[in-house]
Design a protein around this ligand. Structure first.
Ligand SMILES: *Cc1c(COP(=O)(O)O)cnc(C)c1O
Length: 224
């Protein structure tokens, strides 16, 4: 087992001071690793793949809050709709409509974050501001979803100035729309940004929820 409990405790102490939520990103990692952090009190875990999430949710304690942080395909929403705690990567109205539909079937309201495109990389997903506004104009007609804020991924670069600018942009975008989101969701807005390599910058720029994987669980091996 490669869980870094020392790093975990340091991060948790730091996050308590700043009121930041840690989502422990456990994709590709075994259930024992998740349980090791669960036993230390961690309840928020993030996964990227639907089948893996469904399997883990079925096998692990029921009070875990499962965050879906990957790119979600509309045809797979139904598998996670009964139990998912927060969907971070909503990047189209089509997907949001499907989440609303599946949530209604489960008789629940599913909290979602809109993924905003902030990096200068073609490979990343997300909405631009125009698409964001279009979605915000529609949410009152979707009673089984609740938009709680935004999620973003910065460019994969060593240049911390670039990362800082991208996070700052997202933070300012949330400020611009926060009163609307607060009114809609009835809660303080969530800003999900920051991963193992850039979370300190993200917190400085106003992140309220950080998604950390490799720093806690070690490097991922996708070929296993
Ligand atoms: C994998 C992943 C993370 C965690 O990345 P680390 O660099 O391992 O901390 C965070 N967010 C998303 C969207 C991811 O896919």
């Amino acid at each position: 087992m490669s869980v870094n409990t020392v790093a975990y405790k340091e991060i948790i102490d730091q996050f308590l001071l700043t009121d930041t939520t840690l989502v422990a990103v456990s994709k590709t990692k075994p259930n024992e690793d998740i349980l090791a952090l669960y036993e230390l009190g961690q309840r928020d875990f993030g996964e990227n793949y639907v089948q893996e999430l469904v399997d883990k949710a079925g096998a692990l304690p029921k009070d875990i809050r499962w965050h879906f942080i990957g790119h979600l395909q509309s045809n797979k929403v139904k598998y996670i709709a009964p139990f998912v705690h927060l969907i971070h990567g909503v990047d189209s109205l089509k997907l949001l409509r499907e989440i609303n539909k599946q949530a209604a079937k489960c008789n629940r309201v599913i909290p979602c974050l809109l993924q905003i495109y902030i990096a200068k990389e073609e490979t990343k997903f997300g909405l631009d501001e125009g698409e964001l506004v279009e979605i915000l104009d529609t949410i009152s007609s979707l009673p089984n979803i609740q938009i709680h804020g935004f999620m973003g991924m910065a460019s994969f670069t060593e240049d911390s100035g670039v990362i800082q600018n991208e996070f700052r942009y997202l933070s300012q975008l949330l400020q611009k729309y926060q009163s609307m989101i607060k009114e809609h969701s009835g809660a303080n807005p969530i800003l999900s940004m920051g991963m193992s390599g850039d979370y300190t910058i993200a917190i400085k720029e106003g992140s309220t929820m950080v998604r950390i994987g490799s720093m806690l669980f070690g490097a991922r091996n996708y070929t296993k």
